[in-house]
Design a binder for this molecule. Structure first.
Ligand SMILES: [Zn+2]
Length: 209
């Protein structure tokens, strides 16, 4: 089954995330399933406010390139997207950004988990309000992206995250959703949590349960 071609929608999303400071320089990557076993992902090294449908490469879940416009190479972080699509069949869109707050929040993690603030908004991440103790997994960063993907693969095989996202320390956040809009909501809500935690820390307000 082929999905809708979301390349232009991904480009529009990237422009919006760039404007919010989450995908500056050439940082960040966006992808959407093309079929059950393949997806479109941003080419590496492209500025995220100027993407066009020609800035996407199609790869399959084994990592083989199916289609690439001339001069375009799949994002170096494609392996991370592959892990998510392989373990989470309902994930159809994945966003990865590098915000200041996401990177500051990595320092608030304990034992590889970041406790999210017990806010009403967590409902939007699929957490009922009666269950405020929710942790976001935090993975170590490695220059070799395959190592990050390997750590995620091993962790996801044990259990999937409670919320649709993970943090990579000193690097950025990755979220997924069943469609473009839900992935955007998840990124906005987690970025809100990160801003909240950074400001709460600055005000010395204890928000960790
Ligand atoms: Zn990255």
């Amino acid at each position: 089954m082929h999905s809708e071609d979301l390349r232009q929608d991904l480009a529009n999303s990237a422009r919006s995330f760039h404007a919010r400071g989450w995908m500056l320089g050439t940082a960040g990557n966006l992808s959407a399933r093309r079929a059950e076993d393949s997806f479109w992902i941003t080419a590496s090294g492209r500025p995220k406010d100027l993407l066009t449908p020609d800035d996407f490469v199609s790869v399959n879940l084994q990592g083989e390139v199916l289609a690439a416009p001339a001069g375009r190479k799949a994002s170096a972080e494609t392996a991370i997207h592959r892990v998510i699509y392989r373990h989470i069949p309902e994930a159809r869109v994945v966003f990865h950004g590098h915000s200041i707050e996401a990177n500051l929040c990595g320092h608030l993690a304990r034992n590889g988990q970041l406790r999210l603030p017990p806010l009403e908004m967590l409902k939007g991440l699929g957490v009922p309000d009666a269950e405020p103790e929710v942790d976001l997994p935090v993975f170590a960063n490695h220059q070799d992206v395959a190592r990050i993907a390997g750590d995620m693969d091993a962790a996801f095989a044990q259990s999937l995250p409670r919320v649709p996202g993970v943090l990579i320390h000193q690097h950025g956040v990755t979220v997924w959703g069943r469609d473009l809009l839900s992935a955007r909501h998840h990124l906005e809500l987690l970025e809100y949590c990160f801003r909240y935690l950074v400001q709460a820390k600055a005000l010395a307000i204890g928000v960790q349960a």
